[in-house]
Design a protein around this ligand. Structure first.
Ligand code: ZN
Length: 308
């Protein structure tokens, strides 16, 4: 797995009270470098182009983001200021660069360590700290490059409503979301949201009661997710990897440990090897208990010993 990031994303500022801070990336970076060496994280400095963002978002919305001068509150907790555009273009750019390499075969697995997160960003609007939907941009790029079936698993503790909305009417993307029931966004991620038109049956929501541990998640992965993936037979597996299901995270009430995240990641690496020639893209979403997120990333990194 290639782990990629860049410094432009550190410049996107949120108010001091806000949980989504540059330190989320800076701490991961430091922790991984200290244990695994300074080349452990690949720096990718690529900015997504407007046309690449139009794949997943409306032209009106993207043009609006490019037109903002100064600071704007996109919603009550999603803020846009001087360096935000640079940061979101860099985050999406890293995901695009990874997906191109994965499809072209330079390497098969990539993990985009990016911020701000993306999975609440919908077709035409920002939401919940998310401005551009990095996953949707990358998946649309993969479709444009000729892949026909892509599976997206979102295990952030919140429902990935933006990603769901963007792929709700297609049978080319199977979207599976495991999230804490009745959390943010309100009235989102229910089991009766299963897709529309051609996409009917290609969205699966798995709301989980609060206070569950890693074994609960691993069991869902084995008994529910894996059989679907076998049937769907994807050409690419993508993971919206939020770390806010970690025990102690202020935004959720789950009890996963860093080792659980290592196991979840190990599992999807092996499934990608079995089902889609190893092709796996992972993208950082939420995760706000910074020491634990860094520890989880370091735990996942150890999978490299097994060639994963
Ligand atoms: Zn989240």
């Amino acid at each position: 797995m290639i782990y990629a990031s860049c410094k432009a994303m550190l410049k996107h500022k949120n108010p001091d009270w806000h949980p989504e801070q540059p330190d989320r990336i800076a701490y991961i970076w430091e922790a991984v470098k200290n244990i695994f060496g300074k080349n452990a994280i690949t720096i990718i400095e690529r900015k997504a182009k407007k046309e690449e963002l139009y794949l997943a978002h409306s032209r009106e919305y993207i043009n609006y983001l490019f037109s903002i001068k100064g600071s704007v509150d996109l919603d009550y907790e999603t803020f846009f200021s001087e360096h935000t555009l640079d940061a979101v273009l860099s985050a999406a750019g890293i995901c695009l660069e990874l997906i191109e390499h994965i499809i072209q075969g330079t390497y098969t697995k990539g993990f985009a360590l990016v911020r701000p997160p993306g999975h609440h960003a919908a077709y035409g609007r920002a939401m919940g700290y998310c401005i551009v939907n990095n996953m949707a941009v990358a998946v649309h790029k993969a479709l444009a490059m000729g892949l026909e079936r892509i599976a997206v698993i979102d295990w952030d503790v919140h429902h990935g409503n933006g990603t769901q909305e963007i792929f709700f009417e297609t049978d080319a993307v199977y979207f599976i979301d495991i999230h804490q029931a009745n959390l943010f966004p309100e009235n989102s991620g229910n089991t009766d949201e299963t897709g529309r038109n051609k996409g009917k049956g290609f969205t699966l929501n798995i709301p989980v009661p609060a206070d569950k541990d890693g074994n609960y998640y691993l069991d869902i992965m084995d008994t529910v997710v894996y059989p679907i993936l076998r049937r769907f037979s994807p050409h690419l597996l993508c993971i919206s990897s939020g770390f806010d299901a970690l025990k102690g995270d202020s935004e959720g009430a789950m009890r996963l440990t860093p080792t659980d995240y290592r196991e979840l990641t190990r599992k999807v690496c092996l499934w990608a090897d079995e089902l889609c020639e190893g092709k796996l893209l992972m993208i950082l979403e939420g995760g706000y208990y910074i020491p634990s997120v860094s520890e989880a990333l370091c735990a996942i990194f150890k999978n490299r010993k097994e060639g994963l």
